[in-house]
Design a binder for this molecule. Structure first.
Ligand code: ADP
Length: 271
């Protein structure tokens, strides 16, 4: 800790005001180190596909110059690598935009039920590919929350996509939306029946670029930023994210948000 006297005004009777600032240097150093780690990690994540792209370009200009079969194969890999870089940059930008707005609470009225069913529809092809059945538990009336629609879409998207990718292939994913009237909080629960997460990994899951298995995540198109994004959005909404899992027992991700009517005036449905 560092203490410093910020302001002293001397009068004939003695000092008039002393303001002592206490700054927690450990906290400051920790956040500097985290920022440094983040830049290093992000650079590394971008450099890997970039190195691969450069390698293929050199091969195409050299040894594979007159080999149309190799050219087609390499171009396909190059496209996948470029897509990966593009996804990574999109996620980095989203995360930084959300962080810039961290202290502003989004207050639009959002139909969480509609958000979730839109996301489930959009993820239909991925679920189909992994033979996963998504069961949605959301009845009438729709659950309304206060927030930012696009950001809540990202939350539902990341959680449900993870449940499909890391859950059991050929298995089931349960998505439930509940609450949201009067003072009650709204709740989104995403449960899968896959291998789950061992306890030692749980506290770190929402860190940027933290993956239980790096190559598994990359094979599945993951940027390692999804849950960090979810955490920041939920925090900015004044909500809570909890993760329950044990190795071999699937994983349950729960997001609790304020219901749209929680702060006084009742709302009619918008949009
Ligand atoms: P990624 O882009 O790697 O999926 P996330 O931030 O979304 O990044 O998730 C971080 C890590 O958490 C994943 O790499 C995976 O190891 C683990 N994880 C996320 N969701 C689940 C789940 N439903 N079951 C098991 N592990 C999960």
């Amino acid at each position: 800790r560092e203490a410093h006297v910020a302001r002293v005004k001397l009068t004939p009777e003695g000092p008039e005001a002393i303001v002592i600032g206490l700054r927690d240097l450990t906290e400051q150093r920790r956040s500097e180190r985290m920022r440094g780690d983040f830049v290093a990690n992000a650079s590394h994540e971008l450099r890997t596909p970039l190195a691969s792209l450069l390698g293929f370009i050199e091969t195409l200009q050299g040894p594979a110059r007159n080999d149309p079969g190799a050219r087609d194969r390499f171009l396909e890999i190059m496209r996948a690598q470029a897509n990966r870089m593009s996804r990574l940059i999109d996620d980095l930008l989203s995360l930084s935009r959300i962080e810039l707005k961290a202290h502003v609470r989004p207050r639009a009225v959002v139909d969480l039920t509609a958000v979730v069913s839109g996301v489930v529809d959009a993820l239909g092809p991925l679920a189909h590919e992994r033979a996963v059945e998504i069961k949605v538990g959301a009845g009438e009336p729709p659950v309304l929350v206060r927030g930012d629609r696009d950001e809540l879409i990202r939350v539902a998207e990341n959680l449900i996509e993870n449940a499909i990718k890391y859950g059991q292939s050929g298995g089931r994913v349960d998505v439930t939306v509940s609450g949201g009237t009067g003072e009650e909080a709204a709740r989104l629960v995403v449960r899968d029946y896959g291998p789950g997460v061992a306890p030692e990994h749980l506290p770190r899951l929402t860190e940027r670029f933290y993956r239980v298995d790096v190559s598994d995540s990359r094979d599945k198109g993951g940027t390692g930023l999804g849950l960090a994004l979810v955490k920041h959005v939920v925090q900015r909404h004044g909500g809570r994210l909890s993760i329950d899992s044990a190795a071999g027992e699937g994983a349950t991700f729960t997001v609790v948000l304020d219901g749209a009517e929680a702060d006084g005036e009742p709302l009619r449905r918008v949009g």
